[in-house]
Ligand binder design. Sequence first.
Ligand code: MEV
Length: 434
Amino acid sequence: MIKGFSKLPAQQKLQIAAGKCHDPKAAALLFESFRHPDQEIQKILAGISENTISNYPLPYNVAPNFLINGKEYMVPMVTEESSVVAAAASAARFWHERGGFNATVSGTVKNGHVHFLYKGDSKQLERVMPDMRVFLRKYVWRITKKMEERGGGIRDMVLDDRTNIMPHYFQMHVTFETKDAMGANFINSCLEELSAGIKAFLSDTPGFNTQDLELLMAILSNYNEQCLAQVKVSCSVDALEQAAAGLSAGEFARRFILAVNIAEADVYRATTHNKGIMNGVDAVIIATGNDFRAIEAGAHAYASRTGQYRSLSTATLHNNTFTFSLEMPMTVGTTGGLTRLHPLAARSLEILGDPNAETLMKIAAAAGLANNFAAIRSLTTTGIQSGHMQMHLSNIILQLNASQQEATEIQSHFSTKKVSYQAVADYLRELRNN
Ligand code: MEV
């Protein structure tokens, strides 16, 4: 047990952590080397989190040629998975030539709850709800004022009787509009104030005994079924030929739709299928300084809304038109939080043309659909391993410390061959022996 660790100077924390590595001296040097040379930037990064001893860089990538609602975007993607950006870029290019992505947002309302137990007469609670609503709006006005000026704020407050899942359990279900902010802090501050407001209201209302009230917690929900992005691509079946990898376009469409239908019905496949969507979504969410855990949690809850976990995307064929679409919750911000604080997140938003939250929802969803398209295309034609391993080849070359000339020869040799670490290592040995 280390007491007061967080109070120690950063260098001391680094030494303690490095001391746990096999070679503490080398590890300390390595951790130090990953600190940003610009003290100001390092201060920002350390300020974002706690007990920061170094930074953990991930590749910052861009996928060009995303045509979304007629506008072209270069999409920043932060990911460690080698094939994700290549897949997104190739799907973006493919669909650019076929009209691009059509994206919409069907709402930006976010949910939060005050969870409480009430042991008194619940009918009475319901009866005073209209007055309580008015009271609570005034009670939180100090917090909501600024957001209201920007067109946001509290949309509604509804008392939900949840005694079906637990005795005496109620929720004050509050809906929020946070405009271009993700709004987590705003929502949680409102909810905590509302929680105090509920108690204040009931203690001043005749017929209520606050002994009957137990406030449990006040917190936003990451399940936001009214904050949805929809994106779709479509073309005639014939226009799919270029993606069909040797199959006829019709056969490709048939196999593609079958694969998506399997993901709609089977949880094993649905999970991996949706992971492929999140490959694209998360990469954009991270690049723009948004909360990918929130998006992930919401997406998977939405995928389970029918009672079974299913694919978030659907593929159909009607009158010779192939349509591939995705609908998912997408709670993002383009102001506040990390979006402007993290220097690279701010640059990502600039690369995207400083989008508002709704536009960013559409862009992230398009990246998700692009990755999903690329994955299903590979899976139902060539399989994913050949593509993955080609992408992986450069990593293997790096690991084997091949020279520039050797790398070129390896790349050319394996352009038509199956890549594996062993095969590349053997080939390099052969090259060197010759
Ligand atoms: C790999 O990161 C993602 C895939 O497994 C997605 C899928 O199977 O649809 C290729």
